[in-house]
Design a binder for this molecule. Structure first.
Ligand SMILES: [Mn+2]
Length: 646
């Protein structure tokens, strides 16, 4: 539950308040985000001078980038800048599949062979000490611009720009964001024609890198993304426009789910030039051809992924039901898509997943975690089986030799079994009040946009609403609930959810969790909530004081045995209560059921797992003889007066 917040504040302010912006001043600072002064980077002045030197001398310039959407847009920003001031810059982007991230010894030789005067790295380089030194020894000036965590000590490049290495910079910029600031610093120092237009276009590219690289959309990033959205239709490079379907508004969802995947799909399949050329072209015709090419590659990526997913799922289905981590492998699986496949498996099985593919005499894999499980910690505990691994809590990469595979799987599952998994809690920013259902209040939420990483979409709970009607919509795929809350109507849309009707009937009181909005349809507006969860109303349940008779335990246990197969797969206590009430002609509520289940579990008669609103129960075969009234849970009920003892 959110911390207590002044209920007199408007909804948007209460949301910000619960996110830590708990004074007017902090809220204003959040909303009126400012750009970052590029000269806060201690090496920015020097960077600008090096750039100027190269431009004046018409020097040979090399941009070394990265193959993901952030690295590609960062590269495009600098190439476009040099082109604008009349200097050609070459680029080098490593191959995602054969070379991997960062500058290698071979790249260094390749760059030296090209006898460049200035090398600028973007979105990489902060830890490439030896490579940079080698370039400098060969007589080149090297500017490293990056945003990854710096592990190397001391200055090793002619200029090093990395927001993480600057004490005065708090913003977590993307690689493209850093590249953009280089240009901004340059045009504020030297005269550049039509610089206003140039900056607007480059800022749009930086926005794509920022959103694609999942940078927090607060502070300077929030400002940059807001401005770029405003400028998009007038100043975006034709390549980006061609990736957005006609008429679609530009927002973080479009960038994250349309633009970035299209750019990434090409490099996943080993093609680096076409996405970069798409970002560089000013010709609408060329943009159309290249975006068609990316669409084809993205289609192909989807096909490859679908095929591997299918094989992975059939392997995962054969794994023991009690395995804690899904590990699957395929000799020929395409390494460019195994990360996406792992994410699909996590979604499907609600467990961490590792997908391995055989490459260069070892199994190379991509791992994704399930909320509440520290994946990096888990891999660390079995690292003696691994050749390499790295990553963080939610995602990691790893490699292992073929003969380690079985032991690795075994020990990984053992390690995972010892973890206590925290149930993901439903976090909300605010409790929706009756006044919040007004048009002004709901439209006022637009002040919080753009939402994304670091500034999620508003999540609220509507407590104790009464169901007026339940309808299936969208060819039976979604559910629409019409609700009455404090005498007002509102709609809850539950997308990709069509079984609510089995759990609830009109008249039931529920809590709805979701994103509130003002929905306009056919010229008429009404309050709506895009629901991500619906639960029996806690207030209504809490107001109900259980008054159980000892027979309740027998009733529940019998029903569990009767429904043994079904309850093992998960059920809602309120639905169970309805069936039980009907069977025994006595009124039970979901809360009664929960109390009874607690006692049965305490007595060792059932094993119980709770996942959000869903309970899973296994009946213990031949349980040890126990007296229910000896359990703590029973005593607890007696103390509360919820159970009448004989
Ligand atoms: Mn990056």
């Amino acid at each position: 539950m959110p911390p207590p917040v002044d209920p007199a504040l408007p909804l948007w302010a209460r949301i910000l308040s619960s996110r830590g912006y708990d004074t007017d001043e902090k809220r204003r600072a959040f909303l009126e985000a400012r750009p970052l002064d590029p000269f806060l980077f201690s090496d920015m002045k020097k960077t600008v001078q090096l750039l100027h030197q190269a431009i004046e001398n018409n020097g040979r310039i090399m941009i070394f980038g990265d193959y993901d959407a952030d690295g590609l847009t960062a590269t495009a920003i600098l190439i476009r800048f040099f082109e604008h001031v009349g200097v050609r810059a070459d680029w080098l982007i490593p191959d995602r599949l054969d070379e991997g991230y960062g500058i290698s010894a071979q790249h260094v030789e390749q760059i030296i062979a090209g006898s460049y005067d200035l090398v600028i790295t973007v979105d990489c380089g902060s830890n490439s000490v030896d490579e940079v030194k080698r370039l400098k020894d060969a007589g080149m000036k090297v500017i490293v611009s990056d945003h990854h965590v710096v592990e190397a000590d001391g200055p090793f490049a002619d200029a090093h720009l990395n927001p993480r290495a600057e004490e005065t910079i708090e913003d977590l910029l993307s690689g493209a964001g850093v590249a953009y600031l280089i240009v901004e610093a340059y045009v504020s120092t030297y005269e550049v024609q039509a610089s206003d237009r140039l900056l607007k276009t480059l800022r749009i590219l930086a926005m794509v890198g920022t959103v694609a690289d999942i940078m927090p959309l607060v502070g300077a990033n929030r400002h940059l993304v807001q401005e770029a959205f405003n400028d998009f239709s007038d100043y975006a490079p034709p390549g980006l426009k061609s990736l957005v379907s006609c008429g679609a508004a530009i927002d973080t969802t479009t960038v994250a789910f349309r633009i970035a995947p299209s750019l990434n799909a090409a490099t996943r399949l080993g093609e680096t030039d076409s996405p970069l050329l798409l970002l560089l072209t000013d010709s609408v015709q060329e943009a159309a051809l290249l975006s068609e090419r990316l669409r084809t590659l993205n289609e192909k990526r989807r096909e490859v992924e679908a095929l591997i997913s299918k094989e992975a799922i059939s392997q995962a289905d054969r794994l023991a039901a009690d395995s804690r981590v899904i590990v699957v492998r395929g000799k020929t699986w395409h390494t460019g898509v195994i990360g996406i496949v792992a994410a699909r498996l996590v979604e499907r099985y609600s467990k961490p997943a590792i997908v391995l593919s055989y490459n260069q005499d070892e199994w190379q894999g991509s791992a994704r975690s399930y909320p509440g499980i520290d994946l990096h910690g888990l891999l660390t505990s079995v690292s003696h089986h691994l050749i390499r691994f790295g990553g963080h809590q939610r995602a990691a990469g790893l490699s292992l030799s073929d003969d380690c595979y079985d032991d690795f799987c075994l020990e990984l599952n053992e390690a995972a079994a010892t973890l206590s998994v925290k149930e993901p809690e439903l976090e909300v920013d605010a409790v929706l009040l009756a006044d919040d259902l007004q048009k002004e209040s709901l439209l006022g939420l637009s002040a919080l946009e753009p939402c994304g990483e670091g500034n999620p979409e508003p999540r609220v709970v509507v407590e104790d609403a009464e169901i007026f009607s339940i309808r299936l919509v969208g060819q039976g795929k979604h559910t629409r609930l019409d609700l009455i809350k404090d005498g007002q109507m509102l709609t809850a849309m539950c997308f990709r959810c069509n079984d609510l009707g089995e759990y609830y009937v009109p008249g039931d009181r529920i809590d709805v969790y979701g994103r509130p909005s003002w929905n306009v349809f056919n010229g008429r507006g009404n309050p709506q909530i895009i629901a991500f969860d619906v639960r029996p109303s806690e207030t209504a349940e809490n107001n109900h004081v259980p008054s159980l008779e000892p027979t309740a335990f027998e009733h529940v246990y019998r029903m569990l045995v009767h429904l043994e197969h079904a309850v093992g797969h998960g059920f809602s206590p309120s639905l169970f209560a309805k069936q039980l009430s009907r069977a025994y002609n006595r009124h039970y509520t979901g809360k009664d059921i929960e109390c009874v289940l607690d006692v049965l579990a305490d007595a060792g008669m059932i094993r119980m797992k709770r996942d959000a609103t869903v309970y899973k129960v296994d009946i213990v075969e031949n349980p040890a003889r126990v007296v229910l009234s000896d359990t703590t849970a029973w005593q607890h009920l007696i103390e509360k007066g919820w159970l009448k003892s004989k």
